[in-house]
Design a protein around this ligand. Structure first.
Ligand code: SF4
Ligand code: SF4
Length: 297
């Protein structure tokens, strides 16, 4: 069995990435299982998804604690051990990280497994113009690295999953080109053979009381302490020459990350702006543009 664990952020296509891999594996003749797990339903919050594939029926259920392949869609998740991206990394044949600068990242974070990197965000931006739509790029990376599936089932899976999401033909074609570029830009990894199956096939989940399970929703006052600026893959920037001070972005920001200055101009608090780009859609003057966020490790 090959076990793949995806990590990313809500709204960045992590669940769809795991579905694309599951569908591609199914079309290639494997038994498959894919499932996501969310914390708070909040755009930008950490999300995990799992795909299993095997030639035999899959009886294992639940979260994957001993992954063969870890796909990390957002390098900033590695800054916090609590996100669990590197949990069970010792069993992994490879860790894939969506980053433009793996060498710099490795000076800060130790990864106990062979590591592969590609700037999927930039490729996604180049092909489809939206840096946060990472599902196809990450799915293609996982398919390629697993070494079990050729490009044709991947193409078919991308088409199937995106049609189901209601994307038009033109957008699906762009995504297919993105999938091909990512697939061809990576070398497959030899998965460790003969590894024993997960020690614990069925996981008992600990259930916290709701007050512990959703502290960010039920305990007011901690939003300021939680600096969600690191969640951003796209950065909204205001063009003050064309801003009419209508204040719609200020009202629309779900995180209260926009304030108005003394003249009524909006000012973005980048420590808390999570990059959802709702403000960009709110602006009637198109005075807010998005730029790819650049990390300096
Ligand atoms: S400032 Fe814009 S991009 Fe940032 S959190 Fe608010 S609405 Fe989202
Ligand atoms: S919505 Fe646009 S025009 Fe209105 S205040 Fe915000 S940036 Fe300015």
């Amino acid at each position: 069995m090959i076990r793949i664990r995806f990590h990313g952020r809500g709204g960045h296509g992590i669940k769809t990435a795991s579905r694309i891999v599951g569908t591609a594996a199914f079309l290639a003749g494997y038994q498959v299982q894919d499932s996501p797990i969310y914390g708070a339903e909040r755009r930008g919050a950490p999300v995990t998804a799992f795909t299993r594939m095997d030639t035999r029926p899959i009886l294992e259920r639940g979260i994957i604690t001993e992954p063969d392949l870890i796909i990390c869609g957002d390098e900033t998740l590695l800054e916090s051990p609590a996100t669990g991206v590197l949990s069970g990394v010792e069993s992994a044949s490879a860790v894939f990280i969506n980053t433009s600068n793996l060498e710099a990242l490795k000076t800060k974070i130790k990864i106990d497994a062979p590591t592969v990197a590609l700037d999927v965000t930039q490729r996604t931006l180049d092909h489809i113009g939206k840096a946060s739509a990472l599902s196809v790029g990450l799915g293609a990376a996982a398919v390629r690295l697993s070494g079990l599936i050729s490009i044709e089932p991947l193409r078919e899976a991308v088409r199937t999953e995106l049609e189901e999401l209601g994307l038009d033909v033109k957008m699906i074609e762009k995504n297919l080109r993105l999938a091909e570029e990512v697939f061809e830009g990576l070398e497959k990894v030899t998965m460790q053979q003969g590894k024993p199956s997960a020690k614990q096939a069925i996981h008992e989940m600990d259930y916290d009381h709701v007050l512990l399970g959703t502290p960010s929703i039920l305990a007011p006052g901690n939003a300021e302490a939680r600096q969600t600026g690191s969640w951003r893959v796209e950065r909204p920037e205001i063009d003050y020459e064309h801003c009419t001070r209508c204040g719609l972005c200020f009202v629309g920001c779900p995180d209260g990350a926009i304030a108005l200055d003394e003249q009524g101009y909006p000012v973005i608090d980048y420590d808390h702006c999570k990059g959802c780009l709702i403000c960009l859609e709110q602006c009637p003057r198109h005075s807010i543009v998005s730029k790819k966020e650049v990390r300096s490790w």
